[in-house]
Design a protein around this ligand. Structure first.
Ligand code: 7RM
Length: 635
């Protein structure tokens, strides 16, 4: 019997040890007992990190939608699979049962087929957070088409680049989307993008905001009439374990975004098993992840992981501040949310607002809180713990990546004692290693280094679409026989991991390795500073010098900038030493960020170094306007 559901710390250690001593037996038991297979595997694992090549459950056959939908019909047919909470609180929420989801997915799958989509074809999905988005993913999976979701906040150029890179035959979009009090004309963004995409034959359009849009004859089709005609049963395509399930783009530090390819069986097993344990999901729970499905978090922990467990998962269309900053807590109360999973950037934004937005609502249904996307600072952690969890709901600080497919380092709630800013312990099956600059593993505790993973896990990305060489260079070349995450981490006295950030954020000043995170933490201690980011720029003597971008708090009073500069450098000298003093400090109203809150330091680095002709891929920027402001005021 496998320990599918970990219930206390001893059990975690027991399960972990087993997963490391005998990974194949460990994963085989989980795969056998908890999933539906059309044919069992010939081998649990084949791997060679040198090539690199990894396969899990080779020879097995399955369809992931049978695991996410069909097999629940007997026992949970009337249970709500998806709760849809619209942007406008006055619009009624929708409860979609497993039976209804089955019918929607099957009809949609038949529409895809009727439009000529076959196994292996790529379908680009560019939709807002509406039920059709999840249904579209599942419909692709039903017929073996490879979905490539592009976040519906990205520009037409970003969309076109991704469509062309993977040769998508179809785009699924909507007439528009709601975003707080605004509407966005998605369809015209698609039209603009498609001017440079000759591969797209069909555009399916979901009606959401009922505005009038252009429909291109022969190419564009409304979805609803096609669904009305479609038959409600579509036999699942029998897929091989290693057939691609989806492509999801993640922006690289330079050049083209990388189309990470995830395959079927391993991804299913790992996302389902992590979902169950990291959120301690129970049959009656109502789980809500606030991420967009256009992000890996949404793929793994809104759609596939929850549905594979027969869970109730919430899809919310809106934003945290519409109609006001109480919206999240209103939704928690309304649907009696038991698990709530969000990002530090959202927590910080919510924490800035008046507590009365929180206190208005009954949050007593909450059992587990989660965070993902970037390191969570101590202040935000405590705000979340005190005001949302009322010190009763453990916070799972989950570290993982688009490339890893699922959660890698995380507490198991009610088992692992949490510690602010620590992602804590590796999930069963995950073997982390900290490496030094010379490629040697750093053993023992109270150490820090580059975070690698020594052994394959089922949901790891198998390649970069169309560029296996880049996959090899990016992840398997820095350290021999290891997957390199690109992150730095420290291991404390009990073996807990704390992720410190991307290691390319380290700057060498006069031969000293300086991490950006501790310097930024020091700067942020200044009472007038709201946020900061530092980068290196070339310096004749020191090799590199430090350039700081600082956002001041809006206090209404004006401050002498030169005084603040001096005070910041005093604080840095006290906390780290004079070596880390900043040569230049630019005050700015914002920092270039992605949706999940990651600062795009590459842009800041290029501006500080005067290399602004080519900023690289900026298509995933949430706030492109701030880049111009920063360039205009560069020192
Ligand atoms: C899920 C996701 C991956 C990068 C990763 C880290 C950072 C994510 C945490 C974190 C500290 C965390 N996928 N990151 N989670 N850093 N603590 N709990 O975010 O591909 O978009 O980003 O995000 O740097 O490498 S992602």
């Amino acid at each position: 019997m496998s320990n599918y559901h970990i219930k206390h710390l001893e059990e975690y250690f027991q399960v972990y040890r087993k997963s490391v001593r005998n990974p194949e037996v460990f994963w085989e038991e989980i795969a056998e007992e908890h999933f539906m297979w059309r044919k069992k595997w010939d081998a649990v694992l084949n791997w060679d990190f040198k090539k690199p090549e990894v396969t899990w459950f080779q020879g097995a056959q399955l369809n992931i939608t049978e695991n996410c939908i069909d097999r629940h019909l007997q026992t949970r047919g009337d249970k709500t699979a998806i709760v849809f909470e619209p942007n406008d609180p006055k619009e009624k929420a929708l409860h979609i049962s497993y039976k209804e989801l089955y019918e929607r997915v099957n009809k949609f799958a038949n529409v895809l087929k009727s439009q000529g989509i076959k196994k292996g074809d790529r379908v680009c999905i560019y939709l807002p957070m509406i039920p059709e988005l999840a249904v579209a993913l599942l419909a692709c999976a039903r017929i073996g088409a490879i979905h490539s979701v592009v976040f519906a906040g990205f520009s037409s150029t970003a969309l076109a680049t991704r469509i062309n890179d993977s040769d998508c035959k179809m785009v699924i979009t909507s007439d528009g989307s709601y975003r707080g009090a605004k509407t966005i004309d998605l369809k015209s963004i698609v039209d603009e993008g498609l001017e440079s995409c000759s591969c797209v034959e069909t555009v399916l359009v979901v009606k959401r905001i009922h505005n009038s849009i252009q429909m291109k004859e022969g190419r564009d089709k409304w979805l609803q009439p096609l669904l009305d005609e479609a038959y409600g049963e579509c036999a699942p395509e029998i897929m091989n374990a290693e057939d691609p399930l989806f492509i999801l783009y993640t922006s690289g530090s330079t050049g083209m975004p990388k189309g990470m390819v995830h395959t079927t069986a391993g991804y299913m097993v790992y996302t389902a098993y992590t979902f169950k344990n990291v959120f301690q999901y129970k049959e009656e729970d109502v789980y809500w992840c606030t991420a967009d499905i256009g992000w890996i978090t949404g793929h793994s922990y809104i759609v596939y992981g929850p549905l594979a467990n027969g869970a109730t998962t919430v899809i919310s269309e809106g934003v945290p501040n519409y109609p006001d900053w109480g919206r999240f807590w209103e939704i928690v109360e309304k649907h009696k949310i038991t698990q709530f999973y969000t990002a530090p950037t959202a927590i910080r934004a919510l924490a800035k607002e008046n507590l009365s937005y929180v206190e208005k609502y009954d949050l007593s249904s909450l059992k587990v809180l989660g965070t993902v996307g970037e390191p969570i600072n101590e202040e935000a952690w405590h705000w979340y713990n005190d005001n949302i969890g009322k010190k009763k709901s453990p916070i799972v600080d989950t570290w993982w990546q688009t490339e890893t497919g699922g959660i890698m380092i995380t507490p198991i709630p009610f088992s692992t004692p949490t510690k602010p800013t620590y992602a804590t312990l590796p999930f069963p099956g995950i073997q982390p290693a900290l490496m030094d600059e010379n490629g040697q593993e750093i053993h023992g505790n109270q150490v820090d280094g580059r975070l690698c993973i020594k052994f394959p896990w089922p949901s790891m990305a198998r390649t970069i679409w169309g560029n296996h060489q880049r996959y090899k260079e990016t992840y398997f070349s820095a350290f021999e026989n290891m997957y390199f995450t690109g992150d730095g981490a420290l291991r404390d006295e009990v073996g807990y991991y704390r992720i410190t950030g991307r290691v390319d954020d380290v700057i060498i000043v006069s031969g000293h390795n300086l991490g950006t995170a501790p310097i930024e933490d020091a700067i942020n201690e200044h009472p007038a500073v709201a946020e900061s980011a530092i980068v290196g720029f070339p310096h004749d003597i020191k090799g590199n010098a430090l350039y700081g971008y600082v956002i001041l708090k809006e206090t209404g009073e004006s401050r002498d900038h030169d005084n603040v500069r001096k005070e910041i450098n005093q604080i840095i000298t006290e906390h780290i030493g004079p070596i880390a003093k900043l040569d230049k400090i630019q005050f700015t109203s914002g920092l270039p960020k992605t949706r999940s809150g990651k600062i795009m330091r590459r842009i800041l680095r290029k501006i500080a170094s005067n290399e602004t002709e080519n900023l690289g891929d900026t298509s995933t920027l949430l706030n492109p306007e701030v880049v111009q402001e920063i360039m205009d005021n560069v020192l």
